[in-house]
Design a protein around this ligand. Structure first.
Ligand code: ADP
Length: 477
C-alpha cells in the first residue's frame, strides 16, 4: 500500500520529543514491510542533515484569503521505499529558528504554518503523483489534514484515501481564535461544537483531527483508556468516548539502531546481555562528564523536557530528602524556566551528589541511559514515553509513575524489570527510590532486573505490523 505520513517533526532531521522519534521510525518500519511511504514535514531553517535534501522540481501554491503561499518541495531518500518530503516556505519556516516557538512563546502564525503543512501535504502528494491508500496525520499540527481531505480534495485522486490520526499528546491541541476560520478559508458550517472544529468558541486543530479522521490511534493502550476520562481528557474525553470504537492504542516502538548499547557510538564502551562490563565504564564517564567524583554509589539519571507533564517539580520536591542517602543524581533537560532554576539550585546545594546539564543534547542523553543505574520518570501523565524503553534496553532500571505507556512497558513487582509508584506524591516517589536503593544493595537481584529489561523486545516490528493491520482493515471498509 501507499502511505502518506504527515508530521511536524521527523528524526533525525528535526525533533523536539517523541513525535519526531516516531515519525522517523514508524514509516521506516512500514517501508520494511514492503509499503511505499512518503513522509511530509516542514523544511525548517535548522534541519539536521539538510545537505541530503534534493529538489523534486515540484512546488506548492496555496491560496488563502490573506494571500498566496508557495514554495518548493524538497526530498531526501531514506531507503528504496521511503522518502521524506520537505515543504519549504520563506515566510513560515525559513525565516526563524525553532519549530513551534521561541523564548517569546508560540509563534503567532502557527495556524498558518501548520495549515500550510496540512493542506500542502495533500497538494504535494498530487503534484508528485503519489496516490496514497492511507493518509496518516499526527498531533494538532496536522489536524486540518482530514478536514482538507473532505473539503477540497474530496473529488481528486486522494478521494479514496483513508485517514488515520495519531494522538501523541492530547494536552497540546492547537487552539486559535475563531477569526482563524476566515483567515484560512475554513467553511463556517464546520464551526460547531458537536461535530466540528469549535471548542469553547475557539478553533481547535486537534479536535478537527479527532472528528474527521476515519481512525484514531494513540501511543499506548493505557493512554487510550485514560484520555476517555475527564481527568485526562482535556475536555475532549466525551468526543473520544463517542469515537471509542475507532480509537486504538498501539504502543510505540524504539529505534533499535539508534538505541543499542552493543553498538552506540556515543558511549565510551559498549555492552550487552552477555557482558555488562562496559556499563561500568559508561558510569565512570558519566560521573566525570557531570564533574562528580568516581564512586560506587548508585546513580539516578533523567533525560526530559522540563515540563509540567514530566513531574520534574515532584522530583525537585523529593530529592533533598533522598539525597540524605549516598546516591548521585545526573540529568539533562531543557524547558520551563522555574524547573531549570530549581535544578541548578539543587546542584548548587548538593555539588558532590547532583549534576545537571541544561539543554537538548542527544549524545549526553545516550550516556545517561547507559551510565546510570536507575532512570527517573515521575510523569504526571505519559502517553507512551520512550526513555523508559531506552533504559530497559540499556540495563538501567526505570523508576516510573504508574501512568499511560509507562504501565504498558515497565513491569513492577519482585521479578519485574522496573519500579512503579502510584500516587503523584513526594512520599510515593521517595518510597520508590528506597526500593531502588534496596535493589542496588542486592547485586544479584539487580542483575536479574537489568537482564529482564534488556531481554525485552521494543523494536518497531510488532507495532509496525499493528498499524499495517489497522490500515488493511480501513482499506477493506
Ligand atoms: P516527550 O515526547 O513527551 O518529550 P518521550 O519520552 O516520548 O517524551 O520522548 C522524548 C525524546 O526526546 C526521547 O528520545 C528523549 O531522549 C529525548 N529528549 C528529551 N529531552 C532531551 C534532552 N534535553 N536532550 C536530549 N534528548 C532529549
Amino acid at each position: 500500500m501507499n502511505v502518506l505520513f504527515i508530521s511536524s517533526e521527523v528524526a533525525p532531521f528535526s525533533k523536539t520529543g517523541g513525535l519526531g522519534d516516531v515519525a522517523g521510525a514508524l514509516p521506516a518500519a512500514l517501508a520494511s514491510l514492503g509499503h511505499d511511504v512518503k513522509v511530509i514535514t516542514p523544511r525548517y531553517r535548522d534541519l539536521r542533515g539538510a545537505e541530503r535534501l534534493q529538489p523534486t522540481g515540484q512546488s506548492l501554491l496555496l491560496r488563502f484569503p490573506f494571500g498566496e503561499l508557495s514554495g518548493p518541495i524538497l526530498a531526501a531518500r531514506v531507503s528504496e521505499r521511503l522518502e521524506v518530503l520537505f515543504l519549504e516556505n520563506a515566510f513560515l519556516f525559513g525565516n526563524r529558528h525553532g519549530l513551534y516557538g521561541d523564548a517569546g512563546g508560540a509563534f503567532a502564525d502557527n495556524h498558518r504554518r501548520f495549515a500550510y503543512l496540512s493542506v500542502g501535504a495533500l497538494q504535494a502528494a498530487q503534484r508528485l503523483r503519489f496516490i496514497p491508500d492511507i493518509i496518516h496525520a499526527n498531533d494538532w499540527q496536522t489536524g486540518l489534514v482530514p478536514v482538507a481531505l473532505r473539503r477540497g480534495f474530496q473529488t481528486g485522486p486522494l478521494a479514496h484515501a483513508k485517514s488515520v490520526f495519531t494522538i501523541h499528546n492530547l494536552a497540546y491541541q492547537g487552539q486559535f481564535p475563531k477569526d482563524v476560520m476566515g483567515e484560512l478559508a475554513l467553511p463556517w458550517d464546520l464551526f460547531t461544537a458537536h461535530d466540528g472544529l469549535e471548542f469553547h468558541d475557539a478553533v481547535n486543530f486537534l479536535k478537527a483531527g479527532l472528528v474527521f479522521s476515519d481512525a484514531l490511534t494513540t501511543v499506548s493502550p493505557t493512554y487510550a483508556r485514560e484520555i476517555q476520562t475527564p481527568e485526562q481528557g482535556y475536555g475532549l474525553d466525551g468526543l473520544l468516548r463517542h469515537r471509542a470504537h475507532r480509537l486504538h492504542g498501539i504502543l510505540n516502538g524504539v529505534d533499535t539502531h539508534e538505541w543499542n548499547p552493543e553498538d552506540d557510538a556515543f558511549l565510551p564502551a559498549r555492552y550487552g546481555l552477555k557482558d555488562l562490563a562496559g556499563k561500568a565504564v559508561c558510569k565512570r564517564e558519566l560521573l566525570a562528564r557531570f564533574g562528580l567524583e568516581d564512586s560506587p554509589a548508585p546513580v539516578f539519571g533523567f533525560v526530559s523536557r522540563l515540563a509540567w507533564q514530566k513531574g520534574m517539580d515532584l522530583l525537585l520536591e523529593a530529592l533533598p530528602a533522598a539525597l540524605h542517602a549516598d546516591l548521585r543524581v545526573v540529568g539533562v533537560g531543557s524547558g520551563e524556566g522555574p524547573l531549570e532554576e530549581g535544578l541548578l539550585a539543587l546542584q548548587a546545594r548538593y555539588p558532590k551528589q547532583v549534576g545537571v546539564h541544561l539543554g537538548f543534547d542527544p549524545a549526553l542523553s545516550h550516556l545517561v541511559e547507559a551510565g546510570a543505574d536507575f532512570f527517573l520518570m515521575p510523569s504526571r501523565y505519559e502517553p507512551c514515553g520512550l526513555n523508559q524503553m531506552y533504559s530497559l534496553r540499556y540495563g538501567t532500571v526505570p523508576i516510573v509513575r504508574a501512568t499511560g505507556g509507562l504501565v504498558d512497558t515497565v513491569e513492577g513487582g519482585l521479578d519485574g524489570n522496573g519500579i512503579l509508584f502510584e500516587a503523584f506524591h513526594k512520599s510515593a516517589l521517595l518510597a520508590a527510590i528506597r526500593r531502588a536503593l534496596a535493589l542496588y544493595a542486592d547485586p544479584s537481584r539487580l542483575d536479574e532486573f537489568r537482564r529482564r529489561g534488556m531481554e525485552k523486545d521494543f523494536s518497531w516490528g510488532a507495532s509496525g505490523r499493528r498499524y499495517e493491520a489497522l490500515f488493511h482493515d480501513l482499506m477493506a471498509e
